[in-house]
Design a binder for this molecule. Structure first.
Ligand SMILES: NC(=O)c1ccc[n+]([C@@H]2O[C@H](COP(=O)([O-])OP(=O)(O)OC[C@H]3O[C@@H](n4cnc5c(N)ncnc54)[C@H](O)[C@@H]3O)[C@@H](O)[C@H]2O)c1
Length: 253
């Protein structure tokens, strides 16, 4: 049986990679899907894929770092579908190159924190009141293995992803009484548009990253999507405030 039958879901960054795979998985499990992304081409394409498979989807243009746009995004979902059962706050960026702490410029820091961390906070800020009003809901935020352990992925990226885990745990405690569960997924290196530029710079990188995982391979966007679907489902009804690595065992190695 489809585990999200008749649920209303929202995916930020749904126009590509992990977000697109999750939007498709939500639809496959019977959910209506609002696909939010700043890139209309990617967002509309994801909606087209969902509709072609017989699902229901709606594209919403949003920059998750802008308060008014995030408020409008949640309002649009509620206007279209009447409620918001599951939100996957996933939109994010990675730096073009990994600059060490002392060399990072302020503009890069601000941009990364505004999208990766403030964007998740703003999304929850507007999703939670709707979920409280309707009697509950589920939120999953995208952190990273870089949100759990030290890494040389750049100071702003690692700080933003550690911040997402903190936000997740805080909100999980605050809103458990309102029947809202809040969890995070923490993927390791996954082949998407985000990682593509690095692979082009260093064709051996995929193999090197695969070699870091005990399972000896990279993960796929679909494997992250499977974890998100489960966290959103009733099967995970007692899972709250958890930061789930989807990493082939990297963080415990
Ligand atoms: N791919 C990986 O290896 C990996 C590993 C760990 C964590 N993550 C995280 O997973 C999430 C998704 O990454 P992905 O690999 O699927 O990347 P991706 O580039 O394929 O997709 C990201 C999507 O987010 C959208 N986006 C970017 N900035 C936005 C903004 N300000 N407002 C709205 N939409 C915006 C982009 O247009 C794009 O469609 C990110 O938060 C990323 O940090 C990725």
């Amino acid at each position: 049986m489809a585990v999200l039958n008749n649920k209303t879901t929202l995916v930020t960054g749904g126009g590509s990679g992990i977000g697109r795979a999750t939007a498709l998985a939500f639809a496959h499990e019977g959910a209506r899907v609002a696909v939010a992304d700043m890139d209309p081409r990617g967002g509309e394409e994801t909606c087209g894929l969902i509709k072609a498979a017989g699902g229901e989807a709606l594209y919403i243009k949003v920059d998750v770092s802008k308060s008014t746009e995030v408020a409008a995004m949640v309002a649009r979902v509620v206007e279209a579908y009447g409620r918001l059962d599951c939100a996957f706050n996933n939109a994010g960026i990675m730096p073009k190159g990994f600059v060490p702490t002392a060399d990072l410029d302020e503009e890069t820091w601000d941009r990364m924190i505004n999208i990766n961390l403030k964007g998740v906070w703003l999304s929850m800020k507007y999703e939670i009141p709707q979920m409280v009003k309707q009697g509950g809901g589920v939120i999953v935020n995208t952190s990273s293995v870089a949100g759990l352990i030290g890494s040389r992925t750049g100071p702003a990226y690692i700080a933003s992803k550690h911040g997402v885990v903190g936000l997740t745990r805080g909100a999980a405690l605050e809103y458990a009484k309102d029947n809202i569960r809040v969890n995070a997924v923490c993927p390791f290196w996954t082949s998407t548009a985000l990682t593509e530029p690095y692979m082009q710079q260093n064709p051996q990188l995929g193999e090197q990253m695969a070699g870091r995982t005990p399972l000896g391979r990279q993960g796929t966007p679909e494997e992250v999507a499977t974890a998100v679907v489960w966290l959103c489902s009733d099967g995970a009804s007692f899972i709250n405030g958890h930061a789930l690595p989807v990493d082939g065992g990297v963080v415990i190695a």
